[in-house]
Design a protein around this ligand. Structure first.
Ligand SMILES: Cc1cc2nc3c(=O)[nH]c(=O)nc-3n(C[C@H](O)[C@H](O)[C@H](O)COP(=O)(O)OP(=O)(O)OC[C@H]3O[C@@H](n4cnc5c(N)ncnc54)[C@H](O)[C@@H]3O)c2cc1C
Length: 462
C-alpha cells in the first residue's frame, strides 16, 4: 500500500496532521496502536477536564449557602465521576473516528515501525506484519508518564496519570510529586473530592514555569483549600511494603517521612521513541527528542516528526500546529514557521492559570526595560458577583516600544481569556491599542484592559 502521507500516531498531532494533509489533496493514512485521539483525548486534556468539572460542581454544591441557596444531603459517587470522565473520552475518540472517515483517511490498527526506503511495518494485534510505503512519513508517537528511578510506578500505590484517572476507589490520602500542570490538576481534583493531598515540589515554587506572582497566588489558594504544599523538597524513596506508602522526603530542614494511601508521580513525560525504527533509518535524537528543522523534517529526507516527540512545549495545541505547518509546507504553501515565544499554556485547577510570553523575571533577564500592570479579580464586579474574587491579570510591556511581552492570569475561567493576549501579541498590538479596544462589562476579560491601564498609570477601578 502506497500513500502520499503516512502518520504514525493519532494524537492531536497525528490526527490533525492527517486531516490537514487530506484537505490538501494528499492520500493519507494514520497508524494507531491504541485508541484514536492519543493521550490528549483518551488520557490527558479531555478526561482530566471532565474530572475537574465534577470537582467544580461538587465545590459549588458544598458552598451553595454562599449563593443564598440550600442543598441537603450533598454527596459524591467517585465511581460515577470516573465513569463520566471515561465516557467523555470515549465519545471524543469516536469523534476522531468520524473525522477520519469524513476526510477519507485510512486508519491502520497496529504498531508502526519505520524502515529505510520510506516504508513502515505495521504489526497488528494478532502479530501480522504489513508493509506500507509513503512519500512522506510523519512520526507523531507522543509520550507517556516519566518514571524516576527512585519512584518506580507499580500502578497501584505509586501511580502515573493513567491510573490517577481510573482509580477503583478514592484514596483517603495522596502525595502528588511534581507541581506542573498535571500534578496541580490532580491535586485539586482529589482535594475537592475529599482526599487529603500533599504536593511535593523540587523547585522553590509550585507551578514553577509560571510568573512568580502566579506561583505565590496558587500556593495561597491551594493552602486555603486545605492542600499541603512542600516546596524545595524531593521524594528520595518510597516504601510500599505496608498498607499504604511511606515516602522519604528531603526538605531544607532535613528528611521527613510522609505516609499516604497513594503516591502520584507527575514529574513529566518520556517520549515514545523506542522500537520504532529510528536507529534503523538513522534518525537523530537528542535528550529523548527527535531533532527536526523549522518545518519538522528530520535529518533523513522523507521522514518528519511532530508533537511531544520533538523539542518544545508538550502541549496538544502545539502538536496540532506543528503537524499543520509540516504538511502545508509539503504541499508547497508559503506557511509561516511557528513562533514558540507566543504559545499559551493553561492549567485547569481552581484557580485556573493561563499565560503567554515572558515572565517578569525572564523579561528583566533579557534586558528589557519593562512596564508591569496588575489587576486583581477582587476589584472586578463580575468576579465578585460570581463569588470568585481570587487571582489577577498581570501584563508586561516593553517600556520603549510598547511591545506586549507577557501576560499571566490566575483566576476563574482565565484559560478562556488568554487567547486575547495571544492574538494581541501576534498582531503586534501595543498597550494603548488594548486600552482603546472596549471590553464588555461586566466580564472577567475587563481585567485584561484594566491591567494594561495599570501598566500605563491609567487604571480606573483600583
Ligand atoms: C494528564 C494529562 C493532561 C494533559 N492536559 C493537557 C491540556 O489540558 N492541554 C494541553 O494542551 N495538553 C495537555 N496534555 C498534553 C497533551 O496530551 C500532549 O501534549 C498531546 O497529547 C501530544 O500529542 P501527540 O499527538 O504528540 O501525542 P499523543 O497524544 O501522545 O499521541 C500519540 C499516539 O501515538 C500512538 N503510538 C505511539 N507509538 C506508536 C506506534 N509505534 N505505532 C502506532 N501508534 C503509536 C499512541 O498510542 C498515541 O495514541 C496533557 C497530558 C496529560 C498526560
Amino acid at each position: 500500500m502506497k500513500y502520499d502521507v503516512l502518520v504514525i500516531g493519532s494524537g492531536p498531532g497525528g490526527y490533525v496532521t492527517a486531516i490537514r494533509a487530506s484537505q490538501l489533496g494528499f492520500k493519507t493514512a494514520v497508524v494507531e496502536k491504541e485508541n484514536l485521539g492519543g493521550i490528549c483525548l483518551n488520557w490527558g486534556c479531555i478526561p482530566t477536564k471532565a474530572l475537574l468539572k465534577s470537582a467544580q460542581v461538587y465545590d459549588y454544591l458544598k458552598h451553595v449557602d454562599e449563593y443564598g441557596l440550600k442543598a441537603e444531603a450533598i454527596d459524591k459517587d467517585f465511581d460515577a465521576v470516573i465513569k463520566r470522565s471515561r465516557g467523555v473520552a470515549e465519545g471524543m475518540s469516536k469523534g476522531v473516528q468520524f473525522l477520519m472517515k469524513k476526510n477519507k483517511i485510512d486508519v491502520i490498527d497496529g504498531f508502526g515501525k519505520l524502515k529505510t526506503g520510506k516504508k513502515v511495518d505495521v504489526t497488528d494485534s494478532d502479530g501480522k506484519v504489513t508493509e506500507y510505503s509513503a512519500n512522506h512519513i510523519i512520526i507523531a508517537t507522543g509520550a507517556r508518564s516519566r518514571v524516576l528511578p527512585n519512584l518506580p510506578q507499580d500502578g497501584k500505590k505509586v501511580i502515573g496519570y493513567r491510573e490517577a484517572m481510573t482509580l477503583p476507589t478514592q484514596p483517603k490520602s495522596m502525595i502528588v510529586v511534581g507541581s506542573g500542570a498535571i500534578g496541580v490538576e490532580f491535586a485539586h481534583f482529589y482535594n475537592s473530592m475529599g482526599t487529603d493531598v500533599t504536593v511535593v515540589e523540587f523547585m522553590p515554587n509550585i507551578v514553577p514555569v509560571e510568573d512568580k506572582d502566579v506561583s505565590k497566588q496558587m500556593e495561597r489558594s491551594f493552602k486555603k483549600a486545605g492542600i499541603k504544599v512542600m516546596t524545595s523538597s524531593s521524594v528520595e524513596s518510597v516504601d510500599t511494603s505496608g498498607d499504604g506508602v511511606k515516602a522519604t522526603v528531603k526538605t531544607k530542614k532535613g528528611e521527613q517521612i510522609l505516609e499516604a494511601d497513594i503516591v502520584l508521580s507527575a514529574v513529566g513525560i518520556k517520549t515514545n521513541i523506542e522500537n520504532i525504527g529510528l536507529e534503523d533509518v538513522g534518525i537523530i535524537t537528542d535528550r529523548d527528542k527527535i531533532l527536526v528543522n523549522d518545518y519538522y523534517q528530520t535529518n533523513i529526507p522523507g521522514y518528519y516528526a511532530i508533537g511531544d516527540v520533538t523539542p518544545g512545549p508538550a502541549l496538544a495545541h502545539v502538536a496540532s500546529a506543528e503537524g499543520i505547518t509540516c504538511v502545508e509546507k509539503l504541499a508547497g504553501l508559503h506557511t509561516e514557521t511557528i513562533d514558540y515565544g507566543n504559545i499559551p499554556g493553561c492549567t485547569y485547577a481552581t484557580p485556573e492559570i493561563a499565560s503567554v510570553g515572558l515572565t517578569e523575571d525572564k523579561a528583566k533577564e533579557q534586558g528589557y526595560d519593562i512596564k508591569v500592570g496588575k489587576f486583581p479579580f477582587s476589584a472586578s464586579g463580575k468576579a465578585k458577583a460570581a463569588g470568585t474574587p481570587d487571582g489577577f491579570v498581570k501584563v508586561i510591556f516593553d517600556a520603549k516600544y510598547g511591545e506586549w511581552l507577557g501576560c499571566h492570569m490566575i483566576g476563574a475561567g482565565v484559560t478562556d481569556m488568554i487567547a486575547e493576549a495571544v492574538l494581541g501579541r501576534k498582531l503586534e498590538t501595543t498597550g494603548h491599542e488594548v486600552l482603546k479596544a472596549i471590553h464588555p462589562h461586566p466580564t472577567m476579560s475587563e481585567a485584561v484592559m484594566e491591567a494594561v491601564a495599570d501598566a500605563y498609570d491609567e487604571v480606573i477601578h483600583l
